[in-house]
Design a protein around this ligand. Structure first.
Ligand code: GDP
Ligand code: MG
Length: 166
């Protein structure tokens, strides 16, 4: 099995950290500063079950300047070129304009969207289910996986679930 998977989400949710963790190498720069990933970074994950090409994108958000516009265009174009999409969010029940904007972009993409609830190490266990329920209402997901990219919690499930859709 092989295919292309886009990693999307608002700036700073941990997209680059997760990609680095999954492939086991620090390829993409990660930082507390939003807009660290300015271009699309492509990495290849290989195992005996198959190959996944990850496309780490700049965050999708309402652009405030030319660089922002370019970065958002890169991220949005990526949605049209992949076999599956991983949408990363933080474990919160608050859906802001940023999340709504991404949900709109995902309407009718025609490929499976896997919701990754990242940074679960920052909240209590009881806060995860409500976050899942909240996101379920705004988009149709093939799967929902809570994880911590930083601590490597529950990240093995992500690869298996992606391979199912390729
Ligand atoms: P991106 O903009 O979505 O690519 O986000 P980055 O991967 O650059 O990460 C943004 C910040 O969130 C960095 O300071 C990361 O160390 C931190 N981060 C990423 N994943 C996790 C996680 O699972 N838990 C915690 N606590 N922090 C995380
Ligand atoms: Mg990044």
């Amino acid at each position: 099995k092989s295919g292309f998977v886009a990693i999307i989400g608002r700036p700073n949710v941990g997209k680059s950290t997760l990609m680095n963790h999954l492939i086991g190498q620090k390829i993409a720069i990660t930082s507390k500063k939003p807009q660290t990933t300015r271009n699309r970074i492509q990495t290849v994950y290989t195992c005996d079950k198959g190959q996944i090409v990850f496309l780490d994108t700049p965050g999708i958000h309402k652009a405030k300047n030319k660089l922002g516009e370019y970065m958002v265009a890169v991220a949005e174009r990526t949605l049209k070129e992949v076999d599956a999409i991983m949408w990363l969010v933080e474990p919160s029940t608050f859906i802001g304009a940023g999340e709504r904007h991404i949900a709109e972009q995902l309407q009718g993409v025609g490929v499976p969207v896997i919701l990754i609830i990242n940074k679960i190490d920052t909240v209590k266990k009881e806060e995860i289910l409500p976050a899942i329920d909240t996101y379920r209402k705004i988009c149709d997901f093939a799967e929902i996986i809570p994880c911590s990219a930083l601590r490597g919690q529950n990240t093995e499930d992500i690869i298996d679930s992606i391979l199912k859709y390729l």
